[in-house]
Design a protein. Structure first.
Length: 139
């Protein structure tokens, strides 16, 4: 992105921060290709890169009112995109190890996976003495 495009993006983000809805299209046009390219470099799966770029752009627009005009718009938006890419990468890593981030997916194989508080080891009385949340009683 050249200096002129960055300046236009900055002006557009400032306008969005002030509530000017007319600035949406120019900001979208400036950021979308940049965020897609950034996510494509950060993530190897094209569909995940597209998802991360979309999530980042949604967050940029959702947080537009929080944008600080004294900061540069492009690094701010790229920071949001980087967070989205890291989040996607972490969730993909958790899926690879059977849903456990620590890599011990098979440690308790064959055991009841519930925790003590949800009835797995309550004994013959069940969990009658455990206070329940009001929403649990409605199920």
């Amino acid at each position: 992105m050249d200096h002129g495009a960055r300046a236009a993006l900055q002006r557009g983000m400032c306008r969005l921060a002030e509530g000017d809805r007319e600035a949406f299209e120019p900001v979208f046009a400036a950021l979308w290709p940049v965020l897609r390219a950034f996510a494509a470099r950060a993530l190897t799966v094209p569909a995940e890169a597209e998802d991360a770029a979309q999530s980042a752009l949604i967050k940029v627009f959702a947080r537009a009112a929080e944008f600080d005009p004294l900061r540069e718009a492009l690094p701010w938006a790229l920071g949001i995109a980087a967070y989205e890419c890291r989040t996607l990468r972490k969730s993909r890593a958790r899926r690879r190890v059977g849903g456990r981030a620590d890599g011990f997916a098979g440690l308790h194989a064959g055991r009841d996976s519930r925790s003590p508080g949800d009835g797995a080891r309550d004994g013959p009385r069940g969990n009658a003495g455990v206070a329940r949340r009001p929403s649990a009683a409605l199920r």
